[in-house]
Ligand binder design. Structure first.
Ligand SMILES: [Zn+2]
Length: 337
């Protein structure tokens, strides 16, 4: 199947349509899904609040919905490329919002943040990691991000939880939860169709961003990610995965193995390097030696800390306070490479 053009729609199966919404940053697009549902359509993910996105949806609605309304809006997780236009879409169609509780509350929390406080928190994390002053200054100059990219959510929603079954268009879809990329990301599996709407959990080419969030500096999201990937291993080998970024693919199990192997290799590299004590930033640069753009440093620190915290939790690496007060990480004496 040829990848559709930005904004283009493709029928994956009868009553299941892919809407490819362009993003002005990597990975360049997000896939949203339209599922025929009784007397209307259920939308999975509303895409980002970026210029032209509302117009794009209007033309999709005109051309794909066969004159029927959107009756439900399901959002997989709190990231702005997925939740951005949810509020608009629910209001436009008077449609209910479906989300997991954590993702809904997290979106509401981030939207309620007073301006700039997220940037300040990010600065704290950068300072503690020993990041360069240039990056800290870049955060001061940066406009507050989340609120400008996400519309306000409806005041009520329908709670989705792992193990729930949703009836969509007469078929049963199981709610399965992915963790690590986001805390309680909703994925949907339909046994009858053999289709998994995998959100950002299992992507075909890139490995999903697994990062420590600035308000949970000691969390271990990599353990959450690897553990929740295991919960998808019971799906049949022939499952078609519909990812939020990239092309639909078969080969779910091979992809889970590849993601496992990728992180195992990253952890081994870091364990090896931490024979020498390092700040979190120095350790993160071992994993990402080439990235220099200030706008990328936050991701480098977040993902670096996710790997460091995994090793600290496992007891492979020790966290100690350096003479300058910043945490240093070094391999535990019991782990001699
Ligand atoms: Zn995404």
């Amino acid at each position: 199947m040829q990848p559709p053009l930005p904004g283009e729609t493709t029928q994956i199966l009868p009553g299941l349509v892919r809407v490819r919404v362009p993003l002005p940053f990597p990975p360049g697009h997000v896939n949203c899904w339209l599922l025929r549902d009784g007397e209307g359509w259920l939308v999975v993910d509303a895409g980002p609040r970026v210029e032209g996105a509302v117009e794009l949806w209007q033309s999709v609605f005109d051309s794909v919905l066969e004159g029927l309304p959107v009756t439900r809006v399901l959002i997989t997780h709190f990231h702005y490329d997925h939740v951005g236009l949810a509020g608009w879409m629910c209001r436009h169609w008077r449609a209910p919002l479906l989300m997991s509780r954590t993702e809904y509350l997290l979106t509401r929390m981030l939207l309620a943040e007073e301006s700039g406080s997220l940037n300040r928190q990010q600065q704290e994390m950068g300072r503690a990691a020993g990041a360069p002053e240039r990056y800290i200054a870049h955060l001061t100059a940066r406009p507050p991000l989340y609120r400008s990219e996400v519309m306000g959510l409806p005041p009520t929603y329908q709670v989705l939880g792992g193990g729930d079954t949703l009836k969509i268009g007469g078929r049963s879809w199981q709610v399965r939860i992915g963790r690590g990329h986001a805390p309680e990301m909703v994925c949907l599996y339909c046994p009858e169709l053999g289709v998994l709407i995998g959100a950002d959990q299992i992507l075909p080419r890139i490995s999903p961003y697994i990062g420590v969030l600035s308000w949970e500096p000691d969390a271990d999201p990599l353990a959450d990610f690897l553990g929740s990937n295991d919960s998808f291993r019971d799906l049949p080998a022939g499952t078609m995965v519909l990812p939020s970024h990239g092309e639909p693919f078969n080969g779910l199990h091979a992809r889970i193995e590849a993601l496992d192997a990728h992180h195992a290799e990253r952890l081994a590299t870091l364990t090896e390097a931490l024979a020498t004590p390092m700040t979190a930033y120095e350790a993160a640069r071992v994993l990402f030696p080439r990235v220099v753009d200030d706008s990328q440093v936050g991701f480098v620190i977040g993902e670096g800390l996710a790997h460091i915290n995994r090793l600290v939790t496992a007891g492979t690496v020790l966290r100690e306070r350096g003479a300058d007060g910043l945490p240093r990480y070094r391999r535990a004496p019991t782990h001699q490479g």
